[in-house]
Write a protein that binds this ligand. Structure first.
Ligand code: ADP
Length: 253
């Protein structure tokens, strides 16, 4: 069994009287893509931001790569990659300059072209972030999480608003990041994405984790419980039609 790279025990977060996270416990294993799913307001961002050291917890224990959040938040910061808000991409700077700037914030030498190559954006090195399409901007945003060569990256709805090709390109990129040894934690509202991409998922609702398993096992459990889809599902869906007609190659996405 792989190492636990994140261990969360009885984590709670209160906002005044309101308990947004209710004593949740879970582990994330090294080298997996772990999805945190759930309706809006379930407590996903609160949970992730606590682990990312960006928000105070009310109680519980969080250990990241052996570092206790209470004692070593600075060490945790050094080994994680968090997506920066695209609004923080200074409009006057091109992609290479932005990566240099962020590298400076991490106090680390970076090779911008190498990083851009990883996310297939070498062609855009001299462009500004606002000149990128939605998919390219997301890829760039993922590149910024890799600047400090992190052991874990956190991706918040990485494919929201993208077209089907751009989403699939992002899935390939995220899988590559995992295959290169980085643990990935992501949130998504796309169940097909979670099913394709995540090794395991936790489903949160009203501050609690109500299920945690591999997507495959969750589906099998549901089927075993006697669940049946109301309608015979066709062998393809409209997204398959779209991809079949328009192809999968990278475009200006
Ligand atoms: P999710 O990411 O699953 O949508 P959040 O963690 O953002 O959920 O929010 C969980 C709950 O906590 C929501 O009911 C939200 O309104 C509440 N909440 C989040 N941040 C704050 C805050 N700073 N102050 C008060 N309530 C908050």
């Amino acid at each position: 069994m792989a190492n636990k790279i994140i261990s969360v025990k009885n984590l709670s977060k209160n906002y005044g009287e309101f308990q947004a996270v209710k004593s949740i416990s879970f582990d994330v294993y090294e080298g997996e893509i772990f999805g945190l799913l759930g309706p809006n307001g379930a407590g996903k961002s609160t949970t992730l931001e606590i682990i990312e050291t960006l928000r105070e917890k009310s109680s519980g224990e969080v250990i990241v790569d052996g570092f206790d959040l209470d004692k070593k938040p600075g060490d945790i910061k050094k080994i994680i990659g968090v997506q920066l808000q695209t609004s923080g991409f200074y409009p006057g700077l091109n992609l290479v300059e932005l990566i240099r700037l962020f590298g400076g914030l991490y106090n680390r030498p970076v090779n911008p072209m190498e990083l851009l190559k990883k996310v297939n954006l070498e062609d855009k090195a001299k462009n500004k972030a606002k000149e990128l399409s939605g998919g390219q901007r997301q890829r760039f945003s993922i590149a910024t999480t890799l600047i400090n060569n992190p052991r874990i990256v956190f991706l918040d709805e990485p494919t929201t608003g993208l077209d089907p090709q751009a989403r699939r390109n992002l899935w390939d990129l995220i899988t590559e990041i995992r295959d290169n040894g980085t643990t990935v934690i992501l949130t998504t509202h796309y169940m097909d994405e979670a099913e394709q991409l995540c090794d395991r998922i936790a489903i949160m609702d009203q501050g609690k984790i109500i299920k945690l398993d591999s997507p495959d096992k969750m589906i099998d459990d549901l089927v075993e419980s006697g669940f049946e889809r109301p309608k015979q599902v066709k062998a393809a869906n409209l997204e398959d039609v779209f991809i079949h007609l328009t192809g999968r190659e990278m475009r200006g996405e």
